[in-house]
Design a binder for this molecule. Structure first.
Ligand code: 9UX
Length: 72
């Protein structure tokens, strides 16, 4: 199954920042697709809810040094 969550990310100022977050998300087991947009300061993450929950996705973003808040 697939779940989509949208996450706001604060603190990204360049494309290296957004690529860092995107690669970190893509490396998480259970994440099927992750895109991070610098312009909108947001991520869209498709994941398998049997493997992880959105709180773990938020934590993975914060581990890269940026602030993450769930949008939907
Ligand atoms: Mo981006 Mo660099 O905004 O340390 S600033 S990766």
């Amino acid at each position: 199954s697939t779940q989509l969550c949208r996450i706001g990310i604060n603190g990204m100022t360049c494309t290296t920042c957004s690529t860092t977050v995107e690669k970190a998300l893509q490396a998480i087991p259970g994440v099927q697709n992750a895109r991070v947009a610098l312009a909108t300061e947001a991520a869209e993450v498709h994941y398998d809810p049997k493997i992880l929950n959105y709180n773990q996705i938020l934590a993975a973003i914060e581990d890269t040094g940026y602030e993450a808040t769930l949008i939907s």
